[in-house]
Design a protein around this ligand. Structure first.
Ligand SMILES: [Zn+2]
Length: 428
């Protein structure tokens, strides 16, 4: 029998479409943060979610949920030396659908509950400052199984959500161990099997299915779950949830321990009524060596410092050769105001750098309005310009002698705020 813990891996393949009505509907006032600015900090908000037609549970449940959440908060503190914030009032949300309707979606129901919570609390997937701990009222059985996810995927992209049934809090023993695990997912942690560790084996990680970690009510497990260095490294990337957590190989990795070469982020989710967390990108220069141009935006941005050759088709984009300029046409899901675009080019600090790049937006009369041009002094560089709002952005990149460019990532800023932060950001 499988332990009742499920991660979520939903691959987002659909290209985003323009939805200006959505943007207008949720736009904040001119002097406030834009509706697509990520939150500076995240806190875990407990929510009792009652599907249509079910009766709202008694207040006693609130205290049980809070006691468990505070225990998880304390436990993370013991393991990390710092912990996450919580909202210490349990909120109540009434669902728009019935339990059988949500249930048809099985594990993906977490996304429907999360989408309704975003609406209820008047946030969107970009600006929500919470991880929703959603306790789903179900008087009949223990559905849903625990599921947690980072709504925009990755490690530092904003809100998260996890769902657990009322039974997990009132009837089943392993409430706390499930909560510790699902909160890990909601902050971006994957299961340990992505590092080649047996998920059902005797891993000490709270991101495994090791049954020895199971708690019993408010009693700790005989052998409580801890965190492996990969867990700490991943959590340290989430500056919104754990701003004071730093990971250091010398302090956090035992001498004889072989740390997996890279953090692995979770994938993005599709949310009902919300634009995708994606930027559409097109080029005139194809894609070589199994790479994809989509890797340039909202992807996995890694350094490639040399001298060893490090080319990674899964995270970089390698253009075909062009006769003159490489172009990138970006379309955000709605107009965004930018003041800076940062570009990471080349691999192994040697091959296929961008020599210069220019940024423009379309103007009302159809001619492009060039905002800035930058001569690259190294493999990475940026253009800055006066605040400009547009849904479409055009980059013209000048390659070097190879007539080919490699892009490891593009980052977008509005003032000091980075918008659409990538799934994984290991570059400065
Ligand atoms: Zn899981």
């Amino acid at each position: 029998m499988q332990p009742k813990l499920h991660g979520i891996v939903i691959l987002l393949l659909t290209l985003c479409v323009s939805d200006t009505a959505w943007a207008q509907k949720t736009a904040a006032g001119k002097n406030e943060a834009k509706h697509y600015f990520p939150p500076e900090r995240l806190s875990v908000m407990p929510v009792i979610f009652t599907p249509k037609g079910e009766s709202v549970p008694k207040k006693d449940l609130d205290a049980v949920i809070l006691r468990h959440l505070k225990w998880t908060q304390r436990r993370y503190g013991e393991l990390l030396g710092t912990t996450f914030e919580i909202e210490d009032k349990v909120q109540r949300v009434g669902g728009k659908k019935t339990l059988p309707q949500y249930r048809k979606r099985e594990g993906d129901a977490v996304l429907d509950f999360a989408a309704e919570c975003l609406d209820h609390f008047k946030y969107n997937r970009f600006n929500c400052p919470h991880v929703f701990l959603m306790v789903i009222v179900n008087p009949k059985d223990d559905w849903p199984l625990g599921v947690g996810c980072a709504l925009n995927g990755g490690y530092n992209t904003g809100p998260g959500a996890l769902m657990m049934s009322t039974d997990v809090f009132t009837k089943l023993p392993n409430t706390q161990s499930t909560l510790e695990h699902e909160i890990g997912h909601s902050f971006g942690l994957p299961h340990v099997d992505v590092y080649g560790i047996d998920l059902n084996g005797n891993s000490r990680s709270l991101m495994s299915y090791n049954r020895q970690h199971w708690t019993k009510g408010f009693e700790p497990a005989v052998s409580p779950a801890t965190m492996i260095p990969e867990d700490i490294r991943g959590l340290a990337l989430n500056d919104r949830a754990l701003p004071n957590l730093e990971f250091s190989e010398s302090n956090d990795v035992p001498k004889d321990y072989k740390l997996f070469w890279t953090p692995i982020p979770l994938n993005r989710c599709k949310l009902d009524g919300q634009p995708d967390y994606a930027i559409d990108v097109r080029t005139n220069a194809g894609a070589a060596f199994d790479s994809k141009v989509e890797n340039c935006v909202v992807g996995h941005f890694r350094p490639s410092p040399g001298p060893e050759v490090f080319y990674d088709a899964g995270s970089m984009w390698h253009s075909e050769a062009v006769s003159s300029t490489v172009t990138l046409d970006l379309k955000f899901p709605f107009p965004v105001e930018l003041t800076k675009i940062r570009l990471y080019s080349g691999h192994s600090e040697k091959y296929h750098p961008v020599k210069s790049f220019a940024c423009s937006v379309p103007s009302p009369n159809g001619t492009p309005n060039t905002l800035a041009r930058h001569e690259m002094k190294s493999f990475n560089g940026e253009v800055t310009f006066t605040a400009t709002e547009s849904q479409d952005w055009h980059l013209a990149l000048t390659p070097g002698e190879s007539k080919t460019v490699v892009i490891r990532g593009l980052r977008f800023y509005s003032g000091i705020t980075e918008i659409f932060p990538p799934q994984l950001c290991l570059v400065e």
